[in-house]
Design a protein around this ligand. Sequence first.
Ligand SMILES: Nc1ncnc2c1ncn2[C@@H]1O[C@H](COP(=O)(O)OP(=O)(O)OP(=O)(O)O)[C@@H](O)[C@H]1O
Length: 302
Amino acid sequence: MENTAIQVQDLHKSYDGQTVLRGLSLEVGAGEIFGIAGRNGAGKTTTVEILQGLRRRDGGHVAVLGLDPDRDRSRLRPLVGSQLQTSALPDGLRVGEALRLFARLASDVVDWRELADAWSLRPLLKKPFGALSGGQRQRLLLALALVNRPRVVFLDELTQGLDPSARRDTWRLVEQARDDGATVVLVTHDMDEAERLCDRVAVLHEGRLLTCGRPSELTTVAGTVSVRFSSPTAALLDGLERVPGVSEIGYDGAHAAVTADPRAVVHVAAELARRELSADDFAVVRPSLEDAVVTLLNGGSR
Ligand SMILES: Nc1ncnc2c1ncn2[C@@H]1O[C@H](COP(=O)(O)OP(=O)(O)OP(=O)(O)O)[C@@H](O)[C@H]1O
């Protein structure tokens, strides 16, 4: 990778004899929005905590912006932003006070008023944290993660509990942070979010990297697509299962769904043409990223 922001090689970590990370390796490019997904307990939070120097690793090599989070923590701290947990702020702290305080701690590299405008927090400046809605809290916590103009930002469960429009606003602001030069690492269970927002997604499984790639690559890796079209009778579909690469045929009385290897789509289309089935709604539907990740985690093709 040309410009690497984060390098993880053969990372190991155990808690009280329970092994959580067993040889995790991955790389994050500078300027990427990089998703980390995997089942509960896969080691996602442990990994990002090690990357931030909040937890010590047992073995392996880790570099964030060329620095070792264990040894160079004080040099790394001003370069990294992190989304705080909701519990980290006292209920009585006002939005304006939080922004001012965090900006001062970060040596005022960013004008907190500009940040308040960017994140639509102006009307909330006098409100105490405890009186904010879930979405407003999330906006403040994200603004605070960016107050030191970090080169790497770690976000965990970014849009959990947000309404669809607040989710989209948040995605836009994260993209803005990336466009301003930050590398973003996003731990998420929300595959819709990962598909929409992440340049690449790493799927962790049992403390190792199961797979990593662009969302479109992962959906391809999952193996099959669904070819859908109208068909007036089931008889027109007879024998279609013998087309190489077709694994399943469904028919609901009006529509057919043929599950097939992506490379077989053209042969399915040719076969339909030979049968003079004029399907004007012929569509190839890829699995969603969520379908793909579930398939991969359940041991499907990789
Ligand atoms: N401080 C700790 N002490 C002991 N065990 C821990 C500690 N922190 C995490 N673990 C255990 O390590 C494993 C991995 O936890 P981690 O939080 O890294 O997983 P995760 O992938 O982020 O999970 P989730 O999706 O549920 O947030 C879990 O089995 C968890 O119980």
